[in-house]
Design a protein around this ligand. Structure first.
Ligand SMILES: *Cc1c(COP(=O)(O)O)cnc(C)c1O
Length: 359
């Protein structure tokens, strides 16, 4: 009897979550596992292939001893380390840059608001904005994947927030700081500039924070600092946004262990530089040796045009030979003949070059 009473209200999730959501690149991994070709080259997620340096692991292990207590309200040590590293800016840290993006949406966007996104790009901006009830307005990049400033400024009219990724995932190209400044001049809303891959490029967008109060720069410890599994990212905020952002944030968003590891990682500049040099070396080799058009990249991955083959077709063929790359089929506004290949360890990169070049 009680059961039917409970069921009177039909159970359904919000329409935006009935079908769509973040797309994980797990299918190719399954195929590679079944192929039995061990070890598998894991080049699908732009992760750092190397274990974090010993000082970072030690800091994390030490912090584990204190996890019976909640973390402090703010990860003070990490925020101080960020000011030492970058200079005197307002910082906030979150559970990955993804956590920062969610909080920022809560702080700035009301249901029904427009949110502009320069596409093709990282899909989480759209997924998270939809979750906030926003109307996502895609602004398609040009054929060379540069951003059309007129089109972006038009989409930002009346919009409280827009997303632009530079260097962009999955295309690898960057928008120059001067072009970002040009955009900021023309918009009233806030621009979230995703700098997840900036350490692999020659650009420095930080000075823009001194000139514009409608800019938020997102950074992550997942890529260059090899902490993807700990979920830690941060952002540069304009001063006026720091307090409302804090009120919108999930309590204790950053774990004690993640904060300690991130703080230690910022001290490992030589280690990070060595990885960056490894990435740059391999980026050039990929461009030279892969027998398909490789788009110029300023990140730790490249976008490869595999036409006339399809994205999934090529991804599955490589997976069955023990090489996992990212099919770009799920990226809206990108034609269906691209794969994204991360730079991994030497043996992984050698393997992908020889497998991708097979007739
Ligand atoms: C990997 C990545 C992130 C990182 O997010 P975390 O949540 O910090 O791991 C953010 N933006 C882009 C474009 C990425 O590729």
């Amino acid at each position: 009897m009680r059961r039917s009473a409970e069921r009177r209200r039909p159970r359904s999730a919000r329409p935006c979550y009935e079908e769509s959501g973040y797309v994980y690149a797990t299918g190719a991994m399954e195929i590679a596992r079944r192929s039995g070709k061990e070890p598998i080259a894991r080049l699908a997620s732009n992760e750092n292939p190397f274990t974090p340096p010993p000082a970072v692991l030690d800091a994390a292990i030490l912090a584990l001893r204190g996890v019976n207590r909640y973390p402090p309200e703010e990860p003070g040590g990490l925020l101080e380390a960020l000011r030492c590293y970058h200079g005197d800016y307002h910082f906030t840290a979150g559970a990955g840059m993804d956590g920062v993006i969610e909080t920022l949406l809560r702080a700035l966007v009301e249901p029904g608001d427009r949110v502009a996104v320069a596409t093709p790009t990282f899909s989480f901006y759209g997924v998270a904005a939809m979750g906030q009830g926003a109307q996502v307005v895609p602004v398609q990049r040009r054929a060379d994947f540069s951003v059309d400033p007129e089109a972006f400024a038009r989409a930002m009219e009346g919009a409280p927030l827009g997303f632009l990724c530079s260097p962009n995932n999955p295309t690898g190209n960057a928008t120059s700081p001067a072009d970002i400044a040009g955009l900021l001049d023309r918009m009233d809303g806030v621009l979230f500039l995703d700098n997840a891959y900036v350490d692999f490029s020659d650009h420095d967008y930080r000075p823009l924070m001194k000139q514009y109060d409608n800019l938020v720069i997102g950074r992550t410890m997942s890529k260059i600092y090899a902490l993807a599994g700990l979920r830690i990212g941060y952002a540069f905020l304009p001063g006026w946004l720091a307090a409302p952002y804090r009120r919108a944030q999930t309590p204790f968003a950053v774990s004690t262990v993640a904060a300690a590891a991130a703080e230690a990682a910022l001290g490992e500049e030589a280690w990070a530089r060595a990885y960056r040099d490894h990435v740059r070396r391999w980026r050039e080799r990929y461009a030279r040796e892969i027998r398909w058009p490789v788009h110029p990249s300023e990140a730790n991955f490249v976008l490869v045009d595999v036409s006339p083959r399809g994205s999934d077709e090529m991804t599955e063929a490589l997976a069955s030979r023990g090489v996992v790359v990212r099919s770009c089929r799920s990226f809206p506004d990108l034609p269906d003949h691209y794969i994204r290949v991360s730079i991994g360890e030497d043996w992984e990169n050698e393997r992908v070059i020889s497998e991708i070049n097979r007739p």
